[in-house]
Write a protein that binds this ligand. Structure first.
Ligand code: PHE
Length: 454
């Protein structure tokens, strides 16, 4: 495909590259680590159902809005609002809250990513090749409970991501994700095939697909909504930033829908890889953040050839996490580079060093700072809660209101139809109704109820 960059700014070169990079941002630890953990903790199929609804009614419209605004402004998360908002209105604060959210998410995300990279080596060495939950727990705790080891892994991850980011958008992000995404899908299907052929696979499938509506509470709905935001990398400017690198001839609603569907498929595939195996061997589906790191190795070890699958599984997770972290880091880097005229390299280093510092208390939450609780949460949980369940949904509300009411119908129609070139009038009309009314009201209600404001 011809390299066609529509502006002097760096951007994604090909349409396939745009799709791969956007999908690379969406697919990550959210699918493989967070989705099974939250689904297991919140009732299985009923959680999945609420999650799917949140993705359709809120996730997709917010994602389309962000990409649309970013592409029109051709600027970072903060700059986009500065450019498009009427003079004197402080909409750029939405972008700034996104930068804060990016730092909070990266603070714990790089920690978990570090565990994943460490687990590739543990899987290779056979250290975690055990079916005994107690031994598996010991191996996990030996890693997360060791402050020096876990910090070194986290910093290693930061160095890796920084090197890719410094290489630039088309060269770094696009090239990396274009290769990584198909590999990821292939590996996941292989792991799924393995899990689904287990004798008691049906129990895991029933857990994942037979809803029990009594398990749906306001808090469960807030968790599902938070996961939808986290999953699709929305509410914080990642998609605005990526949108600013979109080509002018890209069909935004179509691309966003494809990304949403692929992302959902990958989460469900991850669930289908994890739950049949968990039930087959009698593990606890509600193990939470440790589910991936304790149960999976034990499960694979009890299979013939399991060690190979275990290595594959953790490589897969590391690949997914890398694409997502690239997009997280890109938010502050693009902002620093454009709004402060910092060279890209310096912006990346400044961001990474800040992240290394912010990440310390999150990482130490599992060891020396385990007893430090803020609002009853460890720093790790607090970063996660504040970003997914507060900042991203609040950002989402304002992004919808801005797109639907402030920027307005005429601009939306021009941008989503690629200046009249796409005949997608009904889609645009439906989109406008949803972003003006449905999504903001839903998010507001869930947020207030979930946070027990009323
Ligand atoms: N969507 C990513 C995941 O599922 C995480 C992410 C959140 C990335 C927010 C960018 C912005 O892992």
């Amino acid at each position: 495909m011809a390299k066609q960059i529509t502006t002097a700014r760096d951007g994604f070169a090909t349409r396939l590259g745009v799709l791969a990079a956007t999908l690379g941002s969406a697919v990550g630890l959210g699918n493989i680590w967070k989705f099974p953990a939250l689904t297991g903790q919140n009732g299985g199929a009923s959680f999945l159902l609420v999650y799917v609804l949140a993705t359709l009614l809120v996730g997709l419209p917010v994602m389309i809005s962000e990409i649309m605004l970013g592409r029109r402004a051709r600027a970072n998360a903060v700059g986009t609002f500065r450019q498009l908002a009427p003079k004197g209105q402080p909409w750029h604060l939405v972008g700034l809250s996104g930068v804060v959210a990016a730092f909070l998410i990266m603070g714990f995300y790089t920690d978990v990513a570090g565990w994943v990279f460490a687990y590739i080596f543990k899987a290779l060495s056979g250290e975690i090749a055990t079916t005994d939950p107690a031994v598996a727990a010991k191996a996990f705790e030996a890693l997360v409970g060791n402050p020096v080891q876990s910090l070194l892994w986290q910093w290693g991850v930061l160095v890796l991501i920084s090197v890719i980011i410094i290489a630039g958008v088309a060269q770094g992000i696009e090239r990396t994700t274009k290769v990584l995404m198909p590999v990821l899908l292939l590996l996941l299907v292989a792991v799924c095939a393995r899990s689904l052929t287990l004798p008691k696979a049906a129990e895991g499938l029933a857990f994942l697909f037979t809803p029990d509506f009594s398990k749906i509470t306001p808090n469960v709905i807030l968790m599902a909504l938070g996961l939808a935001f986290f999953k699709l990398s929305i509410g914080m400017g990642t998609m605005t930033t990526y949108g600013s690198y979109f080509r002018n001839d890209q069909d935004i609603p179509l691309t966003a829908t494809r990304v949403m569907l692929c992302d959902l498929t990958i989460s469900i595939l991850a669930g289908m890889a994890v739950f049949p195996a968990v039930f087959n061997f009698g593990f606890e589906p509600s193990a939470g953040p440790s589910l991936l790191f304790m149960t999976i190795p034990a499960v694979f070890t009890s299979l013939p050839g399991g060690q190979v699958f275990m290595v594959i599984f953790f490589c897969l997770t590391a690949i997914a996490a890398t694409g997502a972290m690239l997009s997280l880091l890109e938010v502050p880097v693009a902002w620093l580079a454009e709004s402060f005229g910092m060279p890209r390299k310096r912006a990346t280093i400044v961001t990474s060093v800040t992240l290394a510092i912010i990440g310390i208390p999150a990482t130490l939450s599992m060891s020396t700072m385990a007893n430090v609780k803020i609002f009853g949460m460890t720093v790790f949980d607090l970063y996660d809660f504040l970003s997914s369940n507060v900042l991203l949904p609040v950002g989402g509300i304002f992004i919808c209101l801005f797109a639907g009411w402030v920027w307005g119908a005429a601009n939306v129609k021009t941008e989503l139809s690629n200046r009249g070139q796409l005949l997608n009038g009904p889609i645009i009309a439906a989109f406008l109704t949803v972003v003006r009314w449905v999504s903001p009201i839903l998010v507001l209600l869930v947020l207030l109820k979930g946070l027990k404001v009323f």
